[in-house]
Each structure stands twice: as structure tokens, then as C-alpha cells.
Design a protein around this ligand. Structure first.
Ligand code: HEC
Length: 149
């Protein structure tokens, strides 16, 4: 009888370990997929910001700039320690070696999108302004923290 109870107890422990492990693995996959999806979304939004600003539709463009700024803030939370590898991540290990610098760059990219909303309308050179406040952020970060692709 005691032997049986011991076996049942061990089984419960084994099953709960398996459950915890697979639940955790799923979370890692979800986080990596979520950040990839958000970067892709920001890319298509950035292209729309460019198109709308070129047409002079600043109201719509500004809404999307704010959306991009918010997405960067969400991205700050999508690089936990346990998501360094797997699931086709293109993130480089250096992100976690200098997390403060990486986060600062993400925050700056977010802040620059807000600055963009206040300078875009009075800009003499729309393309140059978009390059300075929006597109340069992508390159600054990718050149250091994302795998060559
Ligand atoms: C502060 C850093 C940072 C900034 C700013 C940044 N990116 Fe990225 N980006 C990354 C990292 C890191 C990855 C790799 C994510 C992964 O695979 O885990 C990435 C991945 C991507 C991907 C691939 C997503 C996928 O499906 O694999 C695209 C597209 C992309 N970024 C576009 C942009 C564009 C466009 C901008 C600027 C408007 C930008 N990123 C700004 C760091 C950044």
C-alpha cells in the first residue's frame, strides 16, 4: 500500500514537471513570435507613415507614429532572459550582455516617434525628417543587435 502511494506521488511529480516544462517552452515560443510579429508590424506601419506623410496626410500619419512608439514600449518587455535562442530568433546574445544599452536604444526609438509627430508638418524635407527620426533607429539597432539577414 505504502509502495503504491509512493509510486503515485512520483508520477504526480513527474507529470507536473513535464507540464511546467512544456508550458514554459510554449511561453518562450510565444514571446519570440510576438516580438517578431511586432517588428514586422512596425515595418509595414513605417512604410504607411512614409506614404501618408509624403501625401501631406499628417493626421493619419501621426496616429501611426504614436502606434509605433507604443509598440516599441511593448517590445521592451519581450526580451526576457529565457528567450535568447530558438524559434528562429534573429536576436543576438549581445542584447542580454548589454541590456541597459539595448533598452535605451528601444526607448529612444519610441521617444523619437513622438518627436516626429511635432516636427513632421513644418519640415522642409519630409524624407530627411523621416530618415532622422524613424528609419535611422532601425539601422542603429539592427547593425548591432540583430543577425545579418
Ligand atoms: C532597439 C532595437 C531595434 C529597433 C529600434 C528596431 N529593430 Fe527591428 N529587430 C530588432 C531585433 C533584435 C530583431 C530580431 C527579433 C527576433 O528575431 O528575435 C528585429 C527584427 C526585425 C524584423 C524581422 C521580424 C521577423 O519576422 O523575424 C523586421 C522586419 C524589423 N526588425 C524591422 C524593423 C524596422 C522597420 C525598424 C524601424 C522602423 C526596426 N525594426 C527597429 C531590433 C530592433
Amino acid at each position: 500500500m505504502i509502495q503504491k502511494i509512493k509510486i503515485i506521488k512520483s508520477l504526480i511529480i513527474i507529470f507536473s514537471l513535464i507540464f511546467t516544462f512544456s508550458a514554459n517552452a510554449e511561453t518562450v515560443e510565444e514571446i519570440i513570435k510576438a516580438r517578431k510579429a511586432l517588428f514586422s508590424k512596425n515595418y509595414s506601419t513605417a512604410k504607411r507613415v512614409q506614404a501618408l506623410s509624403s501625401k501631406g496626410d499628417f493626421d493619419r500619419a501621426k496616429e501611426l507614429m504614436i502606434e509605433m512608439s507604443e509598440n516599441y514600449k511593448t517590445l521592451l518587455g519581450l526580451f526576457p532572459e529565457n528567450t535568447k535562442e530558438g524559434f528562429k530568433t534573429e536576436s543576438l546574445p549581445i542584447i542580454w550582455e548589454e541590456k541597459d544599452a539595448f533598452n535605451a536604444l528601444m526607448q529612444k526609438s519610441s521617444d523619437n516617434m513622438i518627436k516626429l509627430t511635432s516636427v513632421i508638418e513644418d519640415s522642409d524635407d519630409i524624407r530627411a525628417t523621416l530618415r532622422e527620426f524613424m528609419w535611422s533607429s532601425c539601422k542603429a539597432c539592427h547593425s548591432k543587435y540583430r543577425m545579418p539577414h
